[in-house]
Design a protein around this ligand. Structure first.
Ligand code: ARG
Length: 584
């Protein structure tokens, strides 16, 4: 199905065309003044200018053409607006059509194209912290959004598993456990094994090692040496590295799993290593690679730049790799494995310049074709009440697991106080509610914006919250359960009240919300649409006595509307990576 605004634009465009003004003037948008009309078209102004007539004349002619159809009513309003309102018959028929559509009215604009979504960005051997929260939840939602529009979407966690942090951890382990066989000069990879590590140990090691490297020059040098040796394939360090990876990836999967975030690919920076030689060859033969003070660089400045864009450093003078080296090599890997139409990256906005440089370099040198859509979403920060990046009470960086625990605990106490909730153990429910609240509270903001984390606000039963959305879905499901099996399955048959007209209008606008969200890769438009739907549903529910309605035609139509609302809300929550609950 097309979006409603597209269908309306086609109809209004045809009317412009018939009046001799050209269909391109018929762009229809949702109304700025919903109390006056549902949609509007401002094309009469441009058409009038072009043809040397008064806008009101054009608007009146076009509106006249649109009259009498079953689709919509149009009205010309001074000085030349065209106000448009769908007929009730059409509104009900369109809802019925959405209910039958396998994609629930979401336009399949992405069908046939492939996108690789790079999000998560967890660093191995460092605990997952709050800074990675937004990458995970926004990236997951945008990946699902791409899928909902018909795209093939492949998520890659792209772990930081290859940098200095690995050398630091291995150096620290070797000082703590000099007797381990893997640190002996005669280590034999065939016979010797690395003692099993556990995640708590590992989480303590990195901060210690990192602290020590700042004051202990010898240790720091050792960590650098180990990093270089590891990257060159040193057998013993590789064995330790594997053990660190095993424990770390396990823990990452657990934490991402709690967030309902999952990846198709668990590649890391280390996986790019084998593409580096070929990537370097492409750079060399492109003619753009040059030496500068021993380093190898590519210039990526462009004439229109308003701020400096320094060259990409691909190899340092000691021939070691940089962050950009891995990203360029990874682009080659993605091109070879999937030749994707698009590659989208989700990190915080401090990496904006890095990606600008990498993208320019990749296109200029032909690592990816010119037509590949490379996009970086640099998002804002989650701040504490003081407006500064969110910290623990002690002022440290908060671990993600700790944040998830505290949100779950807060949800539990909220549920216990709530009049809605039933007896019994609520822990599992609290985790779902807490995570829903956290995710929705983040994504309701445009990703590029900073926002303040406010637990009370997130967990409120009212307002733009995940809790309110979950609650609305449980209420709809409970109505349908009470109405008996099969209820709501017949299509809505008409419009019987003003509040249901408003609800239907929000339902038919859902396709537009998806399109908008995808165009900006911003789940905020889905959050907003879901919230508006829930508000419209609450009014509809309060103003109509659905279950006790005596007229069977009305009752059936209302139940159909309940069911469709429930399905659309559940689908939108699913795109947001939020699981609905049975009862609340
Ligand atoms: N590991 C990086 C970090 O924590 C994020 C990786 C993002 N993806 C990429 N392809 N560079 O900052």
């Amino acid at each position: 199905m097309n979006t409603i605004t597209k269908d309306l634009s086609a109809a209004v465009g045809a009317a412009f065309e018939e009046c001799g003004y050209g269909a391109s003037h018929g762009i229809v948008t949702p109304s700025n003044r919903p109390e006056l009309c549902q949609f509007q078209c401002n094309g009469a102004f441009a058409a009038a200018k072009k043809h040397g007539v008064a806008p009101m004349v054009v608007a009146a002619e076009v509106a006249e053409r649109l009259q009498g159809g079953t689709f919509c009513r149009a009205e010309a309003v001074k000085p030349g607006f065209i106000n448009i309102t769908l007929t009730d018959e059409y509104l009900a028929a369109r809802c019925a059509e959405i209910a039958l559509d396998p994609f629930l009215g979401v336009p399949q604009t992405g069908a046939g194209s492939t996108v690789v979504v790079d999000y998560g960005g967890a660093n191995v051997a460092k605990p997952l912290h709050v800074g990675h929260l937004r990458a995970a939840i926004i990236g997951e939602a945008v990946k699902r959004l791409a899928r909902a529009s018909g795209m093939k979407a492949i998520g890659d966690v792209h772990m930081g598993d290859w940098g200095l942090q690995m050398g630091l951890v291995i150096a620290q382990l070797s000082e703590q456990n000099p007797h381990w066989r893997c640190f002996a000069p005669d280590f034999d990879p065939e016979k010797d094994t690395v003692p099993p590590l556990n995640v708590d140990e590992l989480n303590d090691i990195y901060p210690e090692a990192s602290k020590r490297s700042k004051t202990d020059a010898e240790f720091n040098e050792k960590a650098h040496r180990i990093t270089a040796e590891l990257q060159a394939g040193h057998p013993a360090y590789t064995a330790v590295w594997r053990e660190i990876m095993r424990v770390s990836v396990d823990d990452l999967k657990r934490n991402y799993g709690r967030l309902r975030v999952s990846f198709e690919l668990w590649y890391g920076e280390s996986d790019a290593e084998k593409y580096v030689p070929d990537m370097m060859e492409i750079l060399r033969s492109s003619g753009f690679l040059r030496f500068s003070d021993g380093a190898q660089i590519v210039d990526v400045e462009e004439p229109g730049d308003t701020a400096p864009v320094p060259p990409v450093i691909v190899k340092k003078s000691d021939n070691s790799n940089m962050y950009a080296t891995t990203d360029l090599a990874t682009l080659l890997q993605r091109e070879r494995d999937f030749s994707p139409d698009e590659i989208w990256y989700f990190t915080d906005k401090r990496q904006n310049l890095h990606f600008k440089q990498v993208f320019r370099c990749a296109k200029k040198t032909g690592i990816v074709p010119e037509k590949t859509g490379l996009f970086h979403m640099g998002f804002g920060t989650m701040n504490g009440p003081d407006g500064k990046p969110f910290k623990t009470r002690e002022g440290g960086v908060m671990r993600l697991s700790e944040l998830l625990d505290s949100v779950t605990a807060a949800a539990l106490s909220k549920l216990k106080d709530s009049e809605f909730v039933q007896e019994g153990d609520q822990t599992a429910l609290a985790e779902k509610v807490g995570i829903a609240a956290l995710k929705f509270g983040d994504m309701i903001n445009h990703p590029t914006k900073d926002y303040v984390f406010d637990m009370d606000k997130l967990l409120s039963f009212e307002g733009k919250t995940g809790v309110y959305l979950l609650y609305t879905v449980t209420r709809i499901n409970s109505i349908l359960r009470k109405a008996g099996p099969g209820s709501g399955e017949a299509p809505p048959s008409g419009v019987y009240s003003a509040s249901e007209r408003d609800l239907m209008l929000t339902l038919v606008m859902t396709g537009d919300a998806y399109e908008h969200a995808l165009a900006e890769r911003s789940p905020s438009y889905i959050c907003d649409n879901a919230y508006r739907t829930a508000v419209a549903f609450s009014r509809f529910y309060h103003e109509n006595h659905i279950l006790t309605e005596q007229d069977p035609v009305k009752r059936s139509s209302w139940l159909a509307l309940c069911r469709l609302t429930g399905r659309l809300l559940t689908a939108q929550l699913d795109v947001l990576g939020i699981e609905t609950v049975e009862n609340m």
